[in-house]
Design a protein around this ligand. Structure first.
Ligand code: COA
Length: 372
């Protein structure tokens, strides 16, 4: 059994928020907050909120806009969160629904009937609930037999999911594994935190990992995969079933996404580049044999540094494409969006790297070669 990538799928929400729109609503929220806390600010009990800036966001991160499932809620200074009505148990959950949309595209591109898929892995940072697994809900919605489960490795979930799927194929447990990454990151983002309110966006991606014998002709060979984790508190979200307090940005900020962005930048860049260089060596590949790096989309400056360390020169847009400007950080889906949107020009025999990194810390690398 030889695992390959048969196809990918992408679902993008229809609504997008520009940096200018985001900053306008943040600043309006900050002005309101300052007015409400005027006396405490004057008495020196609390610090006044400072305005955010479009220029800072673009320069510090490379992000220009983000897609969201609910634009009106996240840009309403009185709300500053997405408003997503709860659904009954009889309806499909929103995360499963968007995963199914991305999955259908991947299945269609591979010419695969859902009946012939053996397993579904939902690999994402932001889960709908503890159980039943979203993956089983996706399995049910698509009419897939076999087994399914959820896994969460934060921003690295997709690459960890690809290796897990590939291992099932190698072991003979499955011939066709659908791996989905629905991310409604807008639900765990603290829209009132100036340091991070611009970071995330919503999306869903899907990757179909199959045995070479059943894959379409123009599949992607998986040359090698490598995963690594190392504990760090620098990216954290404490929300969980043991602390059910309603998480509002103000009352319980640690129940939403929090990070030490500077530390993450400094610590993760060497971890990622060292892993890629070691893995290249193990696969007897030279950096110049990689036509493209589809890197995790968290920060454009971070990706510039990683690609420089790996390639020995600053990567061109062709060598390391960016989707972050349009999509922002979509957690586990980022490197898969880059791969999905920027791989059609590959010729048989050309190689590339899908690489993700994030909370944990976690790093995952999947080296691929275009077949045909
Ligand atoms: N608007 C204007 N100014 C802002 C701002 C905003 N929205 N947010 C922060 N600033 C200010 C800070 O207050 C600080 O001011 P000071 O120098 O007067 O203290 C200055 O800008 C620099 O802030 P800093 O947080 O050090 O910025 P940065 O250059 O490190 O960029 C990140 C911030 C988050 C974009 C960057 O650190 C990053 O992307 N890190 C990696 C994050 C990552 O990959 N996380 C993984 C998530 S999965």
């Amino acid at each position: 059994m030889k695992p390959v990538i048969s196809a990918t799928g992408l679902w993008t929400p229809p609504e997008s928020v520009t940096n200018a729109e985001l900053v306008e609503s943040f600043n309006a929220w900050a002005d309101r907050w300052n007015a409400e806390h005027e006396a405490d600010i004057a008495a020196g009990l609390v610090e006044a909120k400072t305005h955010s800036s479009v220029e800072f966001i673009e320069k510090a991160s490379g992000i220009k806009s983000r897609y969201v499932v609910d634009k009106s809620g996240v840009t309403d200074p009185a709300l500053m969160r997405p408003v997503i009505p709860e659904r009954s148990n009889e309806e499909i959950s929103i995360l499963a629904e968007i995963a199914v949309k991305a999955a259908r595209q991947a299945l269609e591109r591979a010419g695969r009937d859902p009946k012939d898929v053996d397993a579904v892995i939902c690999a994402a940072s932001n889960m709908q609930r503890a159980y039943p697994a979203m993956a089983i809900e996706v399995q049910e919605a698509l009419g897939i037999e076999g087994f399914s489960f959820d896994m969460n490795v934060a921003c690295s979930s997709a690459t960890f999911g690809i290796q897990t799927a590939a291992d099932f194929v190698r072991a003979g447990h499955a011939k066709s594994v659908l791996m989905v990454n629905p991310e409604i990151t807008s639900g765990h983002l603290n829209w009132t935190d100036r340091d991070s309110h611009f970071i995330f966006g919503d999306v869903a991606t899907a990757v179909l990992v199959e045995d070479e014998s059943i894959a379409p002709k123009d599949h992607w060979k998986i040359l090698g995969t490598q995963l690594k984790t190392k504990f760090s508190n620098n990216i954290r979200n404490n929300f969980g079933f043991l602390n059910r307090a309603d998480p509002s940005g103000e009352g319980a900020p640690d129940k939403l996404f929090v990070q030490e962005g500077r530390k993450v930048f400094k610590e993760v860049v060497p971890m990622v580049s060292e892993m890629i260089i070691t893995e290249l060596d193990r696969l007897s590949l030279k950096p110049e044999q990689l036509r493209r790096l589809w890197l995790h989309q968290a920060n454009a400056n971070m990706n510039r540094l990683i690609s420089s360390k790996v390639l020995g020169h600053e990567a061109s847009d062709d060598e390391s494409p960016t989707v972050l400007d349009e999509y922002a950080n979509t957690s586990s889906a980022g490197s898969i969006i880059a791969f999905h949107k920027h791989s059609a020009d590959f010729k048989p025999g050309e190689r590339g790297l899908i690489c993700s990194f994030g909370a944990g810390y976690s790093v995952g690398a999947v080296f691929v070669e275009k077949a045909g």
